[in-house]
Design a binder for this molecule. Structure first.
Ligand code: NAD
Ligand code: IPM
Ligand code: MN
Length: 357
C-alpha cells in the first residue's frame, strides 16, 4: 500500500504528522513517501506542484494531503499560487468525486454554534463535483470590456460549464451512496438563473430514472444554505457542483462543531483517492500547535476505507477518535467549559493511545 504524504503549508505539516503517527501504529504495511507541495514546493522548486510531486501522487494507491496556501503568495501569478497544487492534483488525477461527510459526534453537540437538538445525531454526506464548474471552465482572464455596463473598462471573467458525462458520473456516485444510507438525494443548483445548473438539474433527473428506490429532491443553493442551518437533519446525501459544494461544506462543518472535524475523500474512477481535511492551511494559527488534527486523522480513516480496502482499520480509527472525545480532550476550536484543552500533538498522541490501549 503506497501512500504519498503531501503535508503542504501552514497547519498542513502539523496535522499530517498526527495522521501519520496514527497510521504508523496500525499493524499494516504502508510505504509512505513524502513530498513538498504548495507554497513549500514553490519556495524549494519554484512551482507549487513540481513534476516529482505529481509523479509520486500518480504512482501512489492513495494520497494523504494536508493543506496549501498562505496570504504571502496572494500576489504571485495564479499558476504559481499554492492553491494551484491541490487544483492540479484533482485535475491530473481525475478526482471528480469529493465526499465530505458532516457527522456530529455526540460528545461535540455542545461545540457547534447551533442548538443541540438541531444537530444531535447529525450524519449527512455532501458530494461535491470536484473537477468541473467555474473552477476549471475556460475561457477566463482579464480584458477590456467591449459591452456590459462599462464598455472600455477593465474586467475579469470566468466560465461556468458542465458537460452531460460530468454531471452523470457524479449523479451516479450520489445515488449509489444514498442507496447505502437513507436513500435520499438533494441536488443543489441555481437552475432559476444559470443555464449550467438548469442542465445540471435536467441531467440529475435523467440519471435518477435508474434509481427509483432513491428519493430525489431539487433545491436552489440559496435555500440550501438556509435549510442547512434551519433543519440540517432533513438532508441525507447532498450532491452539487464544485463551487456550491465548496461553500456549503464549510457551512456544514460548523454542524459538526468545527471545520477541524470535517474530513474528505476525493476519488477518481479507478478508486484512487486523495484524502484531506476540508479546511485550509489556517495561517492565523499555524506554528502554534493548536490546530485540530481530527479532520486529517478521520481523512486517513476514509483513505483506509475507500482506497486501501482496510475497513476494520478505518473503524478502529473512528472509534479511537470518539474515545478521545469521550475522555473530554479538546483542541481550542472545539473546547467548551468542563473539557480539557489540548494541543495538536497531544490530540494525536491521545488517538494513538486509544488505538493501542
Ligand atoms: P482555513 O480553512 O484555512 O481557515 C479558516 C478558519 O478556520 C481560520 O480561523 C482557521 O484558524 C480555522 N481552522 C481551519 N482549520 C482548522 C483546524 N484544523 N483547527 C482549528 N481551526 C482551524 O481557510 P482560510 O483562512 O480562508 O484560508 C487559508 C489558506 O488556506 C488560503 O491560502 C486558502 O486558499 C487555503 N485553503 C486551502 C485548502 C486546501 O489546501 N485544500 C482549503 C481551504 C483553504
Ligand atoms: C477546498 C479549498 C480549495 C477549493 C481551494 C484551496 C482551491 O477551499 O478544498 O475546499 O476551493 O476547492
Ligand atoms: Mn473550501
Amino acid at each position: 500500500m503506497k501512500i504519498a504524504v503531501l503535508p503542504g503549508d501552514g497547519i498542513g505539516t502539523e496535522i499530517v504528522s498526527e495522521a501519520v503517527k496514527v497510521l504508523e501504529v496500525l499493524d499494516l504495511k504502508f510505504e509512505m513517501k513524502s513530498a513538498l507541495v504548495g507554497g513549500a514546493a514553490y519556495e524549494a522548486h519554484g512551482h507549487p506542484l513540481p513534476e516529482s510531486t505529481l509523479q509520486l501522487a500518480k504512482e501512489a494507491d492513495a494520497i494523504l494531503f494536508g493543506a496549501v496556501g498562505d496570504w504571502k503568495y496572494d500576489k504571485l501569478d495564479r499558476p504559481l499560487r499554492p492553491e494551484q497544487a491541490i487544483l492540479g492534483l484533482r485535475k491530473h488525477l481525475g478526482l471528480f468525486a469529493n465526499f465530505r461527510p458532516a457527522i456530529c459526534y455526540e460528545q461535540l453537540v455542545g461545540a457547534s454554534s447551533l442548538k443541540p437538538e438541531l444537530i444531535a445525531g447529525l450524519d449527512i454526506l455532501i458530494i461535491r463535483e470536484l473537477t468541473g464548474d467555474i473552477y476549471f471552465g475556460q475561457p477566463r482572464g482579464r480584458r477590456t470590456a467591449v459591452d456590459g455596463h462599462f464598455p472600455g473598462a477593465e474586467e475579469a471573467f470566468d466560465t461556468m460549464r458542465y458537460s452531460r458525462p460530468e454531471i452523470e458520473r457524479i449523479a451516479h456516485v450520489a445515488f449509489q451512496a444514498a442507496r447505502k444510507r437513507n436513500k435520499k438525494v438533494t441536488s443543489v443548483d441555481k437552475a432559476n438563473v444559470l443555464e449550467t445548473f438548469q442542465f445540471w438539474k435536467d441531467v440529475v433527473t435523467d440519471v435518477h430514472k435508474e434509481y427509483p428506490d432513491v428519493e430525489l429532491q431539487h433545491m436552489y443553493v440559496d435555500n440550501a444554505a438556509m435549510q442547512l442551518v434551519k433543519a440540517p437533519k432533513a438532508f441525507d446525501v447532498v450532491v452539487t457542483g464544485n463551487m456550491f459544494g465548496d461553500i456549503l461544506s464549510d457551512e456544514a462543518s460548523m454542524l459538526t462543531g468545527s471545520i477541524g472535524m470535517l474530513p474528505s475523500a476525493s476519488l477518481n474512477s479507478k478508486g484512487q483517492g486523495l484524502y484531506e481535511p476540508s479546511h485550509g492551511s489556517a495561517p492565523d494559527i499555524a506554528g502554534k500547535g493548536v490546530a485540530n488534527p481530527l479532520a486529517t486523522i478521520l481523512s486517513a480513516a476514509m483513505m483506509l476505507r475507500f482506497s486501501l480496502n482496510q475497513e476494520a482499520a478505518a473503524q478502529r480509527i473512528e472509534t479511537a477518535v470518539q474515545k478521545v472525545l469521550a475522555q473530554g480532550l479538546r483542541t481550542p476550536d472545539i473546547w467548551s467549559e468542563g473539557t480539557t484543552k489540548v494541543g495538536t500533538a497531544q490530540m494525536g498522541d491521545a488517538v494513538v493511545k486509544a488505538l493501542t490501549a
